[in-house]
Unconditional design. Structure first.
Length: 137
């Protein structure tokens, strides 16, 4: 997944490399990244809040300021998966649709529903890698 794709997914400035992404996470993402990510997924702020471990009300309040490092970290994790889908399917809407469609390879869960944990996000990224390489098991 390219840094540019992640930057577009979250509506942030392109991180130069992994180290600058870590620094950005520690400093805090702008709250506007919440709206950009929700919009790109075609979901509400309330729906997005489920994957970020905060209430919808809390997420709405954070939209106008820098996010703390924990919320920024969760947002980046979800953003990485969304950016990877967009790259793989070569279209933001197709990637978002895939994330919302139950997958047999994920026990008939929607990939989006697994993004509330790092382990779930890793499972989804691994599946995307298998799809990219033509391994559908």
């Amino acid at each position: 997944m390219g840094m540019h794709a992640l930057a577009e997914t979250l509506g942030i400035e392109d991180p130069r490399d992994q180290a600058s992404l870590i620094e950005l996470t520690r400093h805090g993402l702008p709250g506007s990244a919440i709206d950009t990510l929700a919009e790109g997924l075609g979901i509400t702020i309330l729906e997005l809040s489920r994957y970020l471990h905060v209430s919808g009300r809390t997420l709405m309040r954070h939209r106008e300021k820098l996010l703390d490092k924990h919320l920024s970290d969760h947002l980046i994790t979800v953003g990485i998966v969304v950016a990877r889908c967009t790259e793989l399917f070569q279209d933001r809407e197709k990637g978002a649709r895939w994330l919302k469609t139950p997958s047999v390879a994920l026990g008939n869960c929607r990939p989006l529903d697994l993004l509330d944990t790092t382990a779930g996000a890793t499972m989804v990224l691994n599946l995307l890698g298998r799809i990219e390489h033509g391994v559908f098991s």
